[in-house]
Design a protein around this ligand. Structure first.
Ligand code: GLN
Length: 564
């Protein structure tokens, strides 16, 4: 029998509800249970794919190519699962589905209502995930906070699930804020009481409460919450803001959250194996000089826009027992004032994905700086494209080389629009999305990093490396180290003779896990560790010390590929 855990939020948003849900998933998985997760987002957008990063942070791409909420990234990283479009449902999707059915006459003239049509559709999605994943536990997080108008049908739907599948198979957790009053130096419980009242007025009686706070939540505060909210005292937990999200599963486990849930749902409460998570926490607590990695992008004031990138860097750090410190650098700043003032203390430079021309010239300058000074560079999607543009301008002598996205009139579109993307009018869900295979070329940094020939990686783009320039790039030392298996698309490029200058058209950050850092991030951080060890100097392997960058070893083997 599938068990369902519902996580709702109260008082304010941005409480870290997603991290709490992901941590609960980790605790259960560490007990040997299989877990899947569903994020219900009550907003009316169909998906976050068309939303501004200022509004929504990162768009997380699943293997099957859905553009989803960034909480799915937390779930995948913490629980080490691969989710699909079944794991993110928005009100936009629900209404599109219902209105589509209504237009095709499926309701046979009936009146369409929130209850039962909308609630049934929501429950249908919960059931679909349960059936498809066959997981022991389905975690369902409802976005937003209790009291939001859009959220009401979703809360009603999860309320009904208890009746449908039985009280013993459901567990409701409410995550709320406990504000700290500086004048009286205490955590206040009243907003939580109100939030639980609102939840109970909708028929949901929480089984547990997690109080988020900037301070430790003492027993007396928990007892007060228990009394006023009618929750057992041992089911009230505190979660202070910790210095690392990876400590949250350990913290909640120590408080007994895992065993409380396991007992309530009659799940085997075995000793959880959280050894690796303890190891990570130790690295984060160590006194050591961190590796300074510069991330040069357009939205750097909003770190959530590059959430998976930041986490993947940390994972690679865990792999080498190193702490990573990210310098968030505005590409517009680099464009205006030059790279020197921003990048001189970085031992590695990463340019992440992005859209539109703003700040791109600063990224091109960044790529030039990393290349000419032999600083390890990892380019992701747009970060790969700017690396190609820079190489074309400065090594192929194509001074106006650009991407068609950034300059529609460029003489040399070294990055061109993908076939099939030219005439698309709809913007939602129409990019090249999701997982595609990539074949790696022997003798390259990319191949060395992966240690295998064929890999699957997730994409989200409309533009691509222009094969018309491939031979020229190859001869000048910009190597196509990863391609589609039929060689039609260049998916990874790298600079021959550079310690590590690799750009991928895909987004490796989505596949990284704390316990399994992504190979390209590992390769990048390994090269950055070398820079630090060698005091900024990097010795190339003897095989690559040929003057003028002899790329014979890597030359395209069959003429068919590049010219076709
Ligand atoms: N804007 C570029 C494209 O569409 C890069 C996309 C990205 O970085 N995700 O191809």
């Amino acid at each position: 029998m599938t068990r369902y855990i519902f996580v709702t939020g109260g008082v304010v948003s941005s409480l870290g509800k997603g991290i709490a849900a992901a941590s609960i998933g980790r605790m259960l998985k560490s007990r040997g249970l299989s877990v899947s997760v569903l994020k219900l987002d009550p907003y009316l957008n169909v998906d976050p794919g068309t939303m501004s990063p200022y509004q929504h942070g990162e768009v997380y791409v699943t293997v099957d190519g859905s553009e989803t909420d960034l909480d799915l990234g937390h779930y995948e990283r913490f629980i080490d699962v691969e989710l699909t479009s079944l794991s993110n449902v928005t009100a936009g999707q629900i209404y599109t589905e219902i209105i589509g059915k209504e237009r095709s006459g499926i309701y046979l003239g009936g009146t369409i209502q929130i209850i039962p049509h909308v609630t049934d559709a929501i429950k249908g999605h919960i059931k679909a995930l349960a059936e498809q994943s066959n997981a022991d536990v389905i975690l369902v997080e409802v976005g937003g906070t209790v009291g939001d108008i859009e959220g009401q049908p979703f809360l009603e739907a999860i309320r009904q699930v208890r009746g449908d599948v039985g009280r013993e198979n459901t567990f409701y957790i409410h995550v709320t804020l406990l504000p700290f009053l500086g004048s009286t130096k205490e955590l206040k419980t009243k907003p939580t009481q109100h939030s639980v009242q609102a939840l109970r007025s909708m028929g949901i009686h929480p089984d547990a409460i997690i109080g988020r706070a900037d301070h430790e939540v003492e027993r007396d505060v928990k007892d007060k919450i228990a009394r006023f909210c009618d929750v057992r005292p041992e089911n009230v937990f505190g979660l202070p803001t910790l210095d690392s999200v990876y400590k949250v599963p350990l913290y909640l486990e120590e408080q007994g959250v895992g065993s409380t849930i396991s007992k309530a749902l009659k799940l085997p409460n075995t000793e959880p194996d959280l050894a690796y998570w303890r190891h990570i926490a130790e690295i984060e607590d160590e006194e050591q000089e961190p590796l300074r990695i510069a991330v040069v992008g357009k939205y750097v004031e909003l770190h959530d826009s590059y959430l998976s990138v930041a986490e993947a860097l940390r994972h690679a750090g865990f792999h080498y027992g190193r702490k990573i410190e990210i310098d968030w650098v505005s590409s517009e700043g680099v464009e205006q004032y030059g790279p020197e003032s921003y990048l001189s203390s970085a031992v590695g430079i990463l340019v992440p994905g992005g859209f539109g021309p703003r700040g791109v010239e600063g990224m091109v300058k960044t790529a030039n700086y990393a290349r000419t000074r032999k600083i390890p560079y990892l380019g992701l999607c747009l970060g790969m494209q700017v690396m190609v543009i820079e190489y074309a301008r400065n090594e192929l002598g194509l001074s106006r080389a650009n991407s068609l996205e950034l300059d529609a009139n460029t003489d040399d579109a070294v990055i061109s629009i993908m076939e099939g993307q030219e005439h698309l009018v709809e913007t939602g869900g129409t990019m090249r999305l999701g997982q595609y295979p990539c074949k790696l070329r022997e003798g390259t940094r990319a191949r060395d990093a992966y240690g295998e020939e064929l890999v699957l990686e997730r994409h989200r783009h409309r533009y691509e490396y222009n094969n018309d320039y491939r031979i020229r790039f190859e001869e000048a030392g910009l190597v196509a180290s990863g391609t589609a298996p039929d060689d039609s698309l260049v998916e990874i490029t790298e600079v021959y003779g550079h310690p590590f200058m690799v750009g991928s058209q895909f987004h490796p950050e989505f596949a990284s896990r704390p316990e399994k850092a992504h190979p390209l991030f590992r390769g990048f951080i390994d090269a950055a560790c070398n820079v630090l060890r060698e005091g900024g100097q990097y010795e190339l392997p003897a095989s690559e010390r040929t003057p003028g960058g002899n790329t014979d070893r890597l030359r395209i083997s069959s003429g068919a590929s590049a010219e076709d």
